[in-house]
Design a protein around this ligand. Structure first.
Ligand code: CP
Ligand code: NVA
Length: 304
């Protein structure tokens, strides 16, 4: 059975630690000009149903750095379009390539693909989770502060794919996590309980009060209010989330040395004020760069 990474739930704390260590090491080597050929001639397929800049380019570049190559498959390969059964699609595609990165509208469709794939599937974003993003985010926090110990990440906004992956990733590595969003857009108790029950979990808070969530945080994070596929809810969400903008006033509740993070793409004037995302505490470009390093670490860890 191939080992898949559809969410961080499937990786143990030790395994996430290993991936981050490999990522940091590969980043360090790249900065010194070394591109180690750990996956010579490996072929990665990228099966994408939604747009992407960071995920696509960082995976394709990362695989090239590691000595392999990639194939970008858009909608015309027939996945999910009823052209052929998913069993046949998965078995055929996985007979050609060594690893498949999938960005899909529905998490269930990726689970279905994984059931029939003979090679590892990595989730490059679904409606439910975005594990590669959270790996890069944890790498960014660790790199900035030198350690994850004693850190608190506050997510202001929607209980979505990104915040869900961060909640799991933080709990797996002992980082305190708080999320603030309006009623009706929060995690359910079952999910919060599952995260709190992880043996490594620190404090896990869910609140409607953004100042409470940000209190003492060393990293303040936000994401769009309406994710891809929720465009029709944009106006309603903009109204509900308006009190949840990350701006300078909110950042004053955080730790003095707090950094600001956003998975990007960002909407200035909505979930984040320009003064914050373009200000001195912002690490969003370093964070986006770390997608490359974290995914190289994940590929090397998973495939060697
Ligand atoms: N953060 C992120 O996943 O960006 P893309 O949608 O551009 O891949
Ligand atoms: N929550 C966002 C993240 C984009 C990287 C979305 O799913 O559209």
């Amino acid at each position: 059975m191939a080992r898949h990474v559809l969410s961080l739930t499937e990786l143990s704390s030790d395994e996430i630690r290993q991936v981050l260590n490999v990522s940091a090491e590969l980043k360090h080597k790249l900065k010194r000009g070394t591109r180690e050929s750990l996956l010579p001639n490996y072929v990665m397929a990228l099966l994408f149903e939604k747009p992407s800049l960071r995920t696509r380019v960082s995976f394709e570049t990362g695989m090239r750095h590691l000595g392999g190559s990639s194939l970008f498959l858009g909608q015309d390969c027939g996945w999910g379009g009823g052209r052929e059964p998913v069993e046949d699609f998965a078995r055929v595609l996985s007979s050609y390539v060594d690893v498949i990165v999938v960005r899909a509208k529905s998490h269930a469709s990726v689970q279905e693909l994984a059931k029939h794939s003979g090679v590892p599937i990595i989730n490059g974003l679904t409606d439910w989770s975005h594990p590669c993003q959270a790996l890069a985010d944890l790498l960014t926090v660790e790199e900035h502060f030198g350690t994850l110990e004693g850190q608190k990440l506050a997510f202001i906004g929607d209980a979505n794919n990104v915040s869900r992956s961060l909640a799991i990733g933080c709990a797996k590595l002992g980082v305190d996590f708080a999320i603030a969003g309006p009623a009706g857009y929060q995690f359910d108790e079952a999910f919060l309980d599952s995260v709190r029950q992880l043996p490594t979990a620190g404090e896990i808070v869910s609140t409607t009060d953004p100042a409470e969530a940000v209190d003492g945080a060393t990293a303040v994070y936000t994401d769009v209010w309406a994710s891809m596929g929720q465009e029709a809810e944009q106006a309603e969400r903009a109204a509900r989330f308006a009190p949840y903008q990350v701006n300078a006033a909110l950042m004053r509740h955080a730790s003095d040395n707090a950094i600001f993070l956003h998975c990007l793409p960002a909407h200035r004037g909505e979930e984040v004020a320009a003064e914050v995302i373009d200000g001195g505490a912002s690490r969003v470009i370093e964070q986006a760069e770390n997608r490359l390093h974290a995914q190289k670490g994940l590929l090397a860890w998973l495939l060697t």
